[in-house]
Write a protein that binds this ligand. Structure first.
Ligand code: ADP
Ligand code: GLC
Length: 473
């Protein structure tokens, strides 16, 4: 039985800013069901310290690397079958946010070292170290080049790219946070432009690189999606693979979800209407069964296709629809969206912020889920919305393309709607079609709901693929 240690900047149930946390909160548990051992290590942010005062103190380590010389206490906890470890260093992590600080390079250089320094002192003995996104990208190179003790040579490294846009690119001076010789800068392994890139190091030094859908794995080899890493990625050859994400189908289950006004099942969806009415009521929308309610739950960034939504907002609202948006992020987008309630009273509402409970109620209460992303490595939101019978309308990119099968009115197959080119008119064209199906092809819409809700969005298949990958190493 192999043991896999996930190293990540966030993970449920402890801390979340996006889909990465969903994956870290559910894939390790799914692997234990496949007979593997799994553990997770995270930075111990302020929110974790405040919310989980009972975590157990495991050991104290000293991290010494370049200009860094600090102690860290390692904490632990267990969630179902998965051990969680936490690296506590309050100078770096006792802050309100997770990332986006001027010293992020130093903070995550520290974290990567601390993870490796912790290994000899904890119970969990990994065979594979599975790092994720830029925050943890330096682990493989450090493990292979800085940690000379023989015990570090036995680890295999998997590195997963959840979003190639965020690369952890820092000024060259960040080299001071490592004991790596300049050789690794001069030979180009970690050099990117005139600085260094944590993600590039992760790609080059991991034994296997994965990303979160097959389509994205192909897209990132092109200059359109490659974010200037396409050549480095191409060099990985067969060691770059796409494995699509699943979701935690126990937590995300309309039949048992405690956040919902009423629960419903695939075989009896009548209460989905009650969820819709209660959501409309809660948000001050006109309460009505017979109007198409469109939902959006997202980080407000350009990645998520917010250009298209802002450009076409008045066209969208010219249709017979209601709209609810839950999200936070970019200031400009937030300010634009703040106007919608006064422009379209009782028809459109924007909840600015992060709200877990409301997100569940939107996934359940809406009819259509809009996700016209510019690019989407995988996407968790469309998986959740399908599970809740809320039909996704997506752009055919990355994981959206791999997980949403477009409705075919002739044979009745499909689980959603999709369009190909990132153009407002294309989105509107397919939205008009979805609206038509909703109002005039009720049996078709009911079929869509049933097919979406019964689609397997669990981790079962993908956990097996990860297992095969680990075992091939
Ligand atoms: P990304 O990771 O790129 O943000 P994903 O679709 O993979 O996109 O995952 C987003 C996750 O974050 C989903 O679980 C979604 O429900 C959640 N989420 C995004 N924005 C919010 C918000 N404002 N409030 C609550 N949950 C949110
Ligand atoms: C990233 C991507 C998203 C993906 C998530 C989890 O945040 O933007 O598409 O679902 O990671 O892998």
């Amino acid at each position: 039985m192999k043991n896999i240690l996930f190293v990540s900047g966030e993970g449920l149930p402890f801390i979340k800013s996006g889909g990465l946390a969903d994956v870290i909160g559910s894939l390790p548990e799914a692997l234990t069901k496949q007979g593997l051992g799994a553990a997770v290590v995270l930075p111990m942010y302020k929110k974790i310290i405040e919310k989980y005062p009972d975590l157990k103190e495991e050991c104290t380590i000293r991290v010494k690397s370049g200009i860094i010389d600090k102690q860290s206490v390692v904490y632990s906890g267990k969630v179902e079958n998965v051990d969680f470890y936490f690296i506590r260093q309050d100078d770096y992590f006792y802050r309100d946010g997770l990332y986006g600080y001027a010293d992020d390079g130093e903070r995550f250089a520290f974290f990567c070292h601390a993870v490796l320094d912790m290994l000899p002192h904890i119970k969990f003995k990994p065979d594979v170290i599975h790092t994720n996104d830029w925050h943890t990208g330096m682990v493989p190179i450090l493990c292979k080049q800085e940690y000379t003790d023989a015990s570090y040579k036995k680890y295999k490294h998997v590195y997963t790219i959840h979003n190639l846009l965020f690369q952890g690119n820092f000024p060259k001076e960040t080299m001071r946070c490592f004991n790596l010789s300049d050789h690794y800068y001069n030979n180009g392994d970690i050099k990117f432009d005139n600085g260094i890139s944590f993600m590039k190091a992760g790609i080059i030094y991991a034994d296997k690189v994965t990303t979160v859908s097959q389509t994205y794995a192909k897209e990132i080899l092109t200059s359109e999606y490659g974010e200037r890493m396409e050549k480095v990625l191409a060099e990985k050859g067969n060691n770059l693979v796409g494995i699509v994400n699943g979701i935690d189908v126990v937590n995300w289950n309309p039949a048992t979800d405690p956040a919902l006004y009423k629960n419903y099942t695939t075989t009896d969806i009548r209460n989905k209407k009650a969820c819709k009415r209660s959501l409309q009521y809660q948000l001050g929308l006109r309460v009505a069964d017979d109007v198409l309610l469109i939902g959006i739950v997202t980080r407000l960034t350009w990645q998520k296709g917010m250009h298209l939504i802002l450009d076409k907002l008045s066209n969208i609202m010219n249709q017979d629809v209601q709209l609810v948006i839950l999200g936070s992020g970019d200031n400009y987008i937030e300010n634009e969206l703040k106007k919608i309630e006064s422009t379209y009273p009782h028809r459109a509402v924007f909840y600015c912020g992060y709200n877990e409970e409301l997100s569940h109620r939107i996934y359940a209460g809406c009819d259509l889920f809009l996700m016209p992303s510019l690019f989407e490595p995988c996407g968790i939101s469309q998986l959740i919305s399908m599970r809740y019978g809320t039909i996704p309308l997506v752009r055919e990119t990355g994981g959206l393309k791999d997980t949403v099968k477009p409705f075919n009115e002739y044979d009745g197959t499909g689980t959603g709607f999709s369009f190909r080119y990132f153009k407002g008119d294309e989105m509107m064209h397919i939205l008009a079609y979805a609206i038509k199906v909703y109002y005039y092809n009720k049996p078709g819409w009911r079929k869509l709901i049933r097919q979406a809700m019964t689609l397997d969005v669990s981790w079962d298949n993908s956990a097996r693929e990860y297992k095969n990958l680990y075992e091939s190493m």
